[in-house]
Design a protein around this ligand. Sequence first.
Ligand code: GN1
Ligand code: MG
Length: 383
Amino acid sequence: MPSDKLSEGAIAERIARIGDQFAINGEFLYGEELCNGHINTTYRACYRTEDGSVERYILQRINDYVFKDPVMVMKNVEKVTRHISWKVLRRRKNAAGQTLTLYPARGGRSYILLPEEGGMWRCYNNIEGTHTYDVVENTRQAYQAGFAFGSFQDLISDMNPEDLRESIPDFHNTPKRYEALQASVQADVMGRVANCTAELALLNEWAPMLSRLVDMQRSGELPTRITHNDTKINNVMLDEDTDSAVCVIDLDTVMPGLSLYDFGDMVRTATCTASEDEEDLSKVTMQMPFFESLAEGYLDAAHGFLTQNEVDQLAFSGWLITTEIGIRFLTDYLDGDKYFRVEKPEHNLIRARNQFALARSIHAALPRMERYIRKLLKSYKRK
Ligand code: GN1
Ligand code: MG
C-alpha cells in the first residue's frame, strides 16, 4: 500500500495506528513520512511521554517484494543490533558505535504483521541530533562515511558469518546480476530494449571483468565476512553540528558478503557530488579528493583486519559495484519498474546511465586510485 497515495492527515492516522502496536510510552503527537530510500516505507512518529518530554521513533514497513522472508531479515537485524550494543557498551570510545535499537511489538516480538497495513512493521529509536546527506558535499563527509562503515565492519568482524542468513541471495553476485539483465533483454516485456542498446554494448565489453570478486571468493582469496551491503552515503547518520559519524542504518542486507561490496558501494556514493538521478552526465564523475578521504576514513577503521588481497581490490570494487547497481537499474527498467521506487517512466534508465557514466570515470582513474591506496597503507605500516 504506497503511502504516497494518502493525504497528510491519513498518513498521520496510519502512523498513530501502527505506532500503537509497539511498546512506545506516551501520547502520539504527529508523524511524517521519510522518503530517502528506494525500498521500504518509513515514518517518523513523535510522542509526548508522561514526564512531558518528546520522543521520536522510526516505524518501518519491510518491503516483502524485495525481502521474500522478512522474518529472516528481522532475525539478522536482531543479532547484529544486539552484538553491536554489547560491543559499544564495552568500547565506549568508538564514535561510530551508536546503534539502532528495536522496540518490541505487541506480542513481544521485534516486529508485527499487520496485513491491513501492508505487511510487516518494526520500530526503531530515532537517532537524535543527526542528519543524512543524499549526496556527498565535502571530503570530511566522505572520510566520516568511510570511517563509519569501516567501524561497523570492525564491530561485527567477530560474528560468525554462518550465524546470519542471506536476506537476498546473491545480492552482490555481479555475474548473476548480469545474467538476470540478459534474461530481461530476452523477455523485453515492456518493449524497452531498443532504448538501451548503447548501454548493453558497453556491458558486453565489460562482461569479462564482472566475476573477479566472486571468483576470488570462491577460490578462497577473499574471506567471507558479515558486511552491510548497502553502504550508500545516506545510510550513515552524521552529527548535525559536527558532521562526525554517529550511526550506520538500513541493516536489512547485513549478511555474509565481502568487505569490498561495502567499500565499492561507498565509492559509488561518496566520491561523486551528483545524485543517482542526475541526467547531466558531465556532472557524474568520481572525484579523487573525495576518494582519498573516503579511503583514509575506511582504512583508519578497517586496516587492522583487512587482508592484502582485499586491500588490493578496493579501487576495483568501486568500479564493480557502480556497474552492478547500473545493471540492476537497467534490469528493473526492462522489467517494468517493479523493484526500485520510480517517479517517472524513464527513471531507472536515467539512473542506469548515470551509474555507467560514473563507472567509466572510476575505470579511467583506477591506476591513480590504486596508487593512493598503496601510499596510505605504507603510512599505517610505518605507524
Ligand atoms: C536500494 O533501500 P535503499 O534505497 O537504501 C537497494 C540498494 C541499491 C540502492 C540504490 C535492498 O537501497 O541495493 O544500491 O537502492 N537496496 C536493496 O540507490 O535492494
Ligand atoms: Mg536499503
